[in-house]
Design a binder for this molecule. Structure first.
Ligand code: AMP
Length: 281
């Protein structure tokens, strides 16, 4: 596996591979990798000839008072994991390269960035869209893979790529879970043993709502209340939001008539955890 840091080297590599007719698939990450990330790498392997993984903890997607400084980092471990997966290139740029002094250009996907996580994390999706636009510009992949765990992020990126006529295929990958249902996340490392046990309440609540939906419940209020009540049984869980939204526009819906996403964010200890379930009529 090649480790590339300078933007110019990354571009040069991509240009020569594209010229040779090879299909490049990019998997952007913030590192501190887990099995969920590795599933994206394997998916990338199946979808192209060359896999590029990027590791960059993007400062602009963290708000003031968020966990940028505390975000877990272990480059050596990540490097070994990617090497073992057979990833071709690890792109690991510095913040100074990604945000050169005086940088003042940002990408804003206006409407999709506003609800859900965007309401609690002002500027978060502006940071995400900006860094992903830069990574796509630098790596020039044919396709890029993003996890459906960050459902809103995936929709924001799809919209950005369409709106800016970027020549790249965006692929969503299903949520990868621990055996008890907890969605894998680098932030799960913040949880104490007791909090880790409590954290299963997110997926449990979504599973219950999905069962109700399968039995015919279509009303948003009923499904959201069910999830809130289920989460309330867990004293360590502090709910930030539970919402049912149209899966494409992310507008809140009153009932499920088209694919909808039941999305939630919950604080447990120092971790802010998110999860979702797409419900299709
Ligand atoms: P992160 O390093 O948390 O920014 O995640 C990098 C990519 O991996 C993003 O596209 C995430 O949506 C995706 N990802 C993280 N955790 C999971 C998971 N449990 N299942 C599927 N995708 C994931």
């Amino acid at each position: 596996m090649q480790i590339i840091e300078p933007i110019s080297d990354m571009r040069e590599w991509s240009e020569s591979q594209r010229r040779a007719g090879r299909r490049i698939v990019l998997v952007p990450t913030m590192g501190f990798l887990h099995e969920g990330h590795l599933c994206l790498m394997r998916d990338a392997r199946l979808r192209g000839d060359l896999v590029v993984a990027s590791i960059f903890v993007n400062p602009t997607q963290f708000g003031p008072g968020e966990d940028f400084a505390a975000y877990p980092r272990d480059f050596e471990r990540d490097r070994r994991m990617l090497e073992a997966e057979g990833v071709d290139v690890l792109f690991h740029p510095s913040a100074a390269q990604i945000y050169p002094a005086g940088a003042q250009t940002f990408v804003e996907v206006e409407k999709l960035s506003a609800p859900l996580c965007g309401a609690a994390r002002l500027g978060h999706f502006r940071g995400v869209a900006t860094v992903v636009a830069k990574l796509l510009n630098i790596v020039q992949p044919h396709a890029a893979i993003f996890g459906e765990k960050d459902f809103q992020q995936l929709q924001v990126i799809r919209r950005m790529v369409r709106d800016l006529a970027m020549d790249v295929e965006i692929i969503g990958h299903p949520i990868v879970r621990e055996s008890d249902g907890l969605a894998m996340s680098s932030r799960n490392s913040y949880l104490t043993a007791a909090e880790r046990q409590a954290a299963v309440c997110l997926s449990r609540a979504l599973c219950k709502a999905e069962r109700w939906f399968r039995r015919g419940e279509k009303a948003a209020a009923a499904l959201v209340n069910l999830v809130v009540a289920e989460l309330a049984k867990e004293p360590l869980a502090k709910v930030e939001y539970v919402q049912l939204c149209d899966a494409e526009t992310l507008d809140e819906v009153g009932a499920i008539g088209a694919p909808a996403v039941l999305a939630l964010a919950v604080r447990i200890g120092n971790a802010r955890l998110i999860d979702n379930r797409v419900l299709k009529p």
